[in-house]
Design a binder for this molecule. Structure first.
Ligand code: ADP
Length: 172
């Protein structure tokens, strides 16, 4: 069975992420969406919250599971028996970082390969950080993330910072 890992911060997941996960699941037999257990000061949602929000979004997909990991991705991939890493590309600007990460990961684990899927054109402009900024400024993100994620963002960001204070997630 070809197991693919789709790793990321997913803070929180957007329709762009979900589209990549579902398209990967149409190619590979099983996809594990792997939430990076980042230090809490760098993220808006805890690891458990990010996992829960993703599980709710993908619960209709029989060959996708959601998990979290710490440490090196190559170690986690080995532990899961994954042969492929999936990443999404929105623009040339994403490519440089993905290219460097792919080569470094291959250096550490030659048996593991990276497959990059191009974003669907309607999600090109979507990133978790821009959506957090919109919600923080009172804007509406309906249609850009699933309803339960839009609600979670509004709840999380309501009254989080004093006026004039720069939100932590914008400075990280
Ligand atoms: P990371 O912190 O690892 O970059 P992200 O959660 O921001 O994690 O993204 C995970 C992966 O999903 C990355 O490969 C990123 O390029 C991709 N991605 C993010 N947003 C989109 C989108 N709108 N369309 C396609 N791919 C995306």
């Amino acid at each position: 069975m070809t197991l693919a890992l789709y790793p990321g911060s997913f803070d929180p997941a957007t329709y762009g992420h979900l589209d990549i996960a579902r398209r990967a699941a149409a190619i590979f037999e099983h996809v594990v969406v792997a939430v990076y257990d980042a230090p809490p000061k760098n993220v808006l949602f805890s690891t458990e919250e990010r996992v829960t929000l993703l599980r709710e979004s993908l619960r209709d997909a029989p060959n996708i599971t959601v998990d979290s990991f710490t440490g090196l991705l190559v170690d986690y991939a080995k532990h899961r028996g994954a042969k492929v890493i999936v990443r999404g590309l929105r623009a040339i600007s994403d490519f440089e970082m993905e290219f460097q990460m792919a080569l470094l990961n291959r250096k550490m684990e030659p048996a593991l390969d990276v497959v990059c899927l191009m974003t669907s054109v309607q999600y090109t402009f979507l990133s978790s950080s821009i959506l957090k900024e919109i919600v923080n400024l009172g804007g509406n993100v309906d249609g850009l993330v699933p309803k339960h994620i839009a609600e979670a963002m509004r709840e999380k960001l309501a009254g989080r910072t004093d006026p004039g204070e720069i939100p932590r997630y914008l400075t990280s």
